[in-house]
Design a protein around this ligand. Structure first.
Ligand SMILES: NC(=O)c1ccc[n+]([C@@H]2O[C@H](COP(=O)([O-])OP(=O)(O)OC[C@H]3O[C@@H](n4cnc5c(N)ncnc54)[C@H](O)[C@@H]3O)[C@@H](O)[C@H]2O)c1
Length: 373
């Protein structure tokens, strides 16, 4: 059936039977947990801003669902609450930070804030953070720039999950790229926020829990052969899948993200990232951020008009038959509409995630407040 995926009906159909919580209560739960992990008050609020944004945008894999992973990282000492963000090197248009294994959402927000400040002064800035930890959704940081009227880019590497083309072992992370393009007041602009693997690891875990087989092209087994069995996955495929379906392009994109997030800032590549696996060996994730002023190139109002026209032209372009949408979308449409819906109707949290949040609260001795709906 073809529906409007950015209508209330279209969004609600994806979340039937899931409990929803008022935004303030949802944020309170996250803040209690991250204060419990030992984050100072302002850092906890910053982490909550990033994680709650993911759930508001409907990116359920990168919001409160990370709490169990983060809990094990803090327990093991892989993530260090209150760690500083220090400058290794700086020019008027660049800055390289060391994150000292601090909370990724906090270090990422601080780094992008500084990147935007410097870009506002100089026209453009590129920032890197090495020695950081998992920072959640890349799009949050790209939007920090576009909210300030600049074009923003955010990337990160992660532990090894993705096999290179013709490879059998996971080497690259799912290394996402996010680009946010503002189009002036009243427009959501364009926000591309995508991993460079065919699917995120979370989709394999969902299939494992549901006992469902994987679609062709998502993953390979430990010998490097394609697999549809979610319990036999040795590596994800790069975006595009196998060589015949252009997986080499996703591999190349993931590799470039790795270069800009790892070695450029003095950090390691994905296969050197320890990933904060709760083993006390640290994390070593790296991030990269870019921001540039539109008025360094042309009049911003004219640029906004052109971007709005591009969006309008794509929205008005013809729809293919037999697709699950009655319209063509642009990147960011679904997330923007989902955020508006969730702000009004509450933030959805699936039952299994609620169980994990309750268990983490018990472990750290903090109140569990996501009761009732
Ligand atoms: N921190 C990490 O290590 C890490 C690693 C991987 C992914 N992530 C995050 O995971 C999240 C999900 O990534 P993903 O790759 O699963 O994203 P996705 O495949 O759900 O979406 C990718 C992009 O496609 C756009 N899109 C979706 N449907 C569309 C349509 N019909 N037409 C046009 N555009 C459309 C979305 O707006 C989005 O910009 C992202 O926020 C990403 O930053 C984080």
């Amino acid at each position: 059936m073809s529906i409007n995926p950015v209508s209330d009906e279209g969004i609600a159909s994806l979340w039937t039977g899931v409990s929803r919580f008022p935004v303030a209560l949802f944020r309170q739960q996250l803040e209690l947990a991250y204060r419990g992990f030992g984050l100072p008050e302002l850092d906890a609020k910053e982490a909550v801003d990033v994680l709650s944004a993911a759930d508001l945008y409907g990116i359920e894999s990168h919001g409160i669902a990370l709490i169990d992973y983060h809990s094990s990282g803090y327990r093991a000492g892989d993530f260090v609450p209150g760690a500083p963000l220090t400058v290794n090197r700086e020019t008027p248009v660049s800055v390289t930070f060391d994150g000292h294994s601090g909370p990724g959402p906090v270090q990422g927000s601080r780094a992008m804030r500084r990147c935007v400040e410097k870009a506002t002064e100089s026209g453009i800035c590129i920032a890197t953070v090495n020695n950081s930890t998992h920072y959640g959704m890349a799009g949050y940081y790209a939007r920090m720039a576009s909210d300030a009227g600049l074009i923003g880019v955010a990337m990160t590497n992660s532990g090894s999950l993705v096999a290179p083309t013709f490879g059998s072992a996971p080497m690259l992370g799912s290394n996402p790229i996010a680009v946010a393009v503002p189009a002036g007041a009243g427009s959501d602009g364009i926000v591309l926020d995508m991993s460079t693997s065919t699917v995120a690891w979370g989709k394999i875990a969902i299939a494992q829990r549901a006992g469902k087989s994987l679609p062709d092209g998502w993953a390979q087994d430990k010998t490097g052969r394609p697999t549809n069995d979610p319990n036999e996955v040795g590596a994800l495929t790069p975006l595009g899948g196998e060589r015949i379906t252009s997986g080499q392009k996703g591999y190349g994109l993931g590799l470039i993200v790795d270069v800009l997030c790892g070695p450029l800032g003095g950090g390691g590549s994905s296969w050197q990232v320890l990933g904060g696996l709760g083993n006390g060996r640290g994390s070593g994730v790296g991030h990269s951020f870019m921001a540039w002023r539109i008025d360094a190139f042309r009049d911003p109002e004219e640029f906004h008009t052109d971007i709005r026209q591009m969006i309008a032209d794509l929205h008005a372009s013809p729809v293919a038959p037999d697709v699950p949408s009655d319209r063509v979308l642009v990147p960011g449409d679904i997330e923007a509409a989902t955020r508006r819906y969730n702000e009004k109707h509450g933030v959805p949290v699936r039952p299994q995630v609620l169980d994990e949040v309750r268990a983490v609260c018990d472990e750290w001795g903090v109140p569990f407040v996501l009761t009732g709906e």
